[in-house]
Write a protein that binds this ligand. Sequence first.
Ligand code: A3P
Length: 301
Amino acid sequence: PKSYPSNLIDKDWSKRKLYFKSPAKDFPDLVHDMEVRSDDVWIVTFPKCGTTWMQELLWLLINDCNFEAALSEHLEVRSPFLEFDFFINADSERALKPVTELQSPRLIKSHLSLALLPAQLWTKKPKLVYVFRNPKDAWVSSYYHGVNSGFNYGKTLDQFLNEYLEEKVQKQAPIAHASEFYQLRNEPWVYYTSFERMKSNLRSVIEDLCQFLNKTITEEQMQRMLKHLSFEEMKNNPKTNHLWEQAQIKHKDKDKEKHNFVRRGKVNGYKDELTPELIEKADCCLNAQLDEHGITLDEHL
Ligand code: A3P
């Protein structure tokens, strides 16, 4: 419905209905032409690569480690998801409002590919952070998120991934998406990292980002940040755990934990969820993509 409230108007996320329509026809143009501010920070990823984790980290750095503010407002409101409202809002002008009405410095989340992002990125050059993740883990995560959001009903993980890997655009998407940003990794306005690096040494990623964003934090703030960003804390934090989303879905599956948005947070978790045959099929597809782009998985992780 046209009257569907945008997330800035209706901050009660638990009332938010989840249903999707095709994005409005003017969506690509509106995004292409939107104003970018030089003090924006953009967090761009392929879905399920640790976006929320990095988003909370960046929000805290940009906002001088204001943990109280972070704990009192949903991350989705503090840092809007650029294209999300285009899928639920008939009025596309209105769909941009969470971003256009946000006070600077803005932290904007997007899963769009480079070509679909605003043209002004190239002139304003705001800081842009990209997080890569091993697509096999991202695909598994995506399956559970899909079940969680009302898609994938009745499908097993095997069925889901098999179908996914048959679909040309879908199966190419993670590497095609990442390789564009990877090419920009040495630009001073771009910071390229991975879920795997965040898992192995979050502290050093935070230190890098302090440098990237010209911020300094005390050791006490660093310690609090590491605790706040830990898997357990983010899982139990109602402002970051997306339980508002899960509350919409009546699970047939009794094991609700399995479908948490902050679910397992593991590196190589796919190994105990996918059959050897499916891992081989996924590897085959990924290797073809990596070869095509002349990159290796290792250099990304
Ligand atoms: P899993 O489903 O593999 O557990 P996104 O935010 O891009 O949708 O990514 C979600 C993934 O990031 C989920 O992966 C989720 O568990 C993981 N994640 C979120 N917060 C995390 C944290 N603090 N530590 C580790 N992983 C985290």
